[in-house]
Ligand binder design. Structure first.
Ligand code: 5GP
Ligand code: MN
Length: 327
């Protein structure tokens, strides 16, 4: 069968027409969810409920501990109801390809997929693709839709949206923190989002085990390429020793990047016989391009991939990909 051509990005009007026409929605967040994928889906779901729509929040895994404060997070499920209408729209939030939504949704027909995202290299896998790489978060793509839908951004929606911005700008520190983003964040705070609560819940809520694990990863860190590349790893034994799990690994790679002189950082996590790699850049090296050489993706300064093989093979392959991108 010849694959249909990659559909172009949809206009705001086209997407809003679908949101108005469809009776039911499944908001899909990506595996290993973060504040952007969940916050964007919850914000849009809350808005659609205001319009009288049926909304289900789907996530293949569990909601991470630090995101359980989000409004409606307790309704996120991996079990889809059996009585969803055939024209239910599946809204994949914050993912460059549909596999990131998990295996459960493999059989959803393309005509019922809306892809809302801001990743470079998004595969436009939906019938409708609202992909805006200049947006700082998927949540701010959702803001455009809410404005066109004329739904009021209430306190709960504002909390979800501000969480997407604070997650993907690293608490307003990354280069995507433009004056427009700060202006929008201010509007969301005026609408009732509690910046301090989000800071505390998302960023200052680490388990002791996570801090111990960070210590182990820092102990194992290696500095190479005249100090421009820092990498480390997490294996099952380190998790066990610290009493930690994979949720506790999230900010480690940021510490590796924060080292003076480092241009690229990588964290290798062995998990179920595969190696999940997180890549970060300070802005000179395109880690999205490096990740996509190995089947992954993401953004210029933050990307990831899954490697099948040994840790030694993974570190070699990633180093080669980074060298090819100018390390
Ligand atoms: P993280 O390192 O925090 O897991 O991911 C950083 C960025 O890379 C995120 O924007 C995420 O969506 C993207 N990313 C992480 N893992 C993968 C992957 O396996 N495939 C693709 N395409 N993108 C990924
Ligand atoms: Mn995002």
């Amino acid at each position: 069968m010849i694959e249909p051509e990659t559909p172009a990005s949809s206009t705001t009007e086209e997407v809003v027409a679908q949101l108005r026409a469809r009776p039911a929605f499944v908001m899909v967040s990506h595996v290993n969810p973060d504040g952007d994928t969940l916050g964007a889906g919850l914000a849009l779901g809350l808005a659609l409920k205001k319009l009288g729509k049926r909304v289900v929040y789907f996530q293949e895994g569990a909601v991470p501990r630090n995101l359980r404060f989000l409004p409606e997070a307790e309704m996120v499920t991996r079990d889809l109801p059996a009585d969803l209408p055939p024209d239910t729209l599946y809204v994949f939030c914050d993912m460059g390809n549909r596999a990131r939504g998990g295996a459960t949704l493999e059989n959803v027909a393309r005509e019922n997929i809306l892809d809302i995202d801001h990743h470079l290299g998004n595969e436009h896998f939906g019938a409708y693709n609202y992909v805006i790489p200049t947006e700082c978060s998927t949540g701010t793509c959702v803001v455009r839709l809410l404005r066109q839908l004329n739904v009021e951004i209430d306190r709960r929606i504002a909390t979800c949206l501000l969480t997407t911005i604070m997650t993907d700008t690293g608490g307003f520190m990354h280069s995507n923190t433009t004056p427009e983003v700060l202006g929008l964040a201010a509007q969301l705070i005026v609408a009732g989002a509690d910046r301090e609560e989000i800071t505390e819940e998302v960023f200052a809520n680490k388990r002791f085990a996570a801090i111990k694990l960070l210590g182990r990863a820092l102990e194992e860190a290696t500095l190479e390429h005249e100090g421009r590349y820092c990498w480390s790893f997490i294996d099952e034994k380190m998790l066990e020793t610290c009493g930690a799990d994979y949720e506790d690994t999230e900010e480690i790679v940021g510490h590796l990047r924060s080292i003076e002189g480092v241009e690229a950082a990588a964290l290798f996590k062995t998990q179920d016989g595969e190696i999940k790699v997180s890549l970060r850049s300070k802005g000179k090296i395109n880690v999205q391009a490096a990740a996509s050489r190995l089947g992954g993706g993401g953004h210029f300064r933050a990307s990831g991939l899954t490697f099948r093989g040994t840790l030694g093979d993974a570190t070699k392959a990633v180093e080669a990909a980074l060298i090819a991108e100018g390390l």
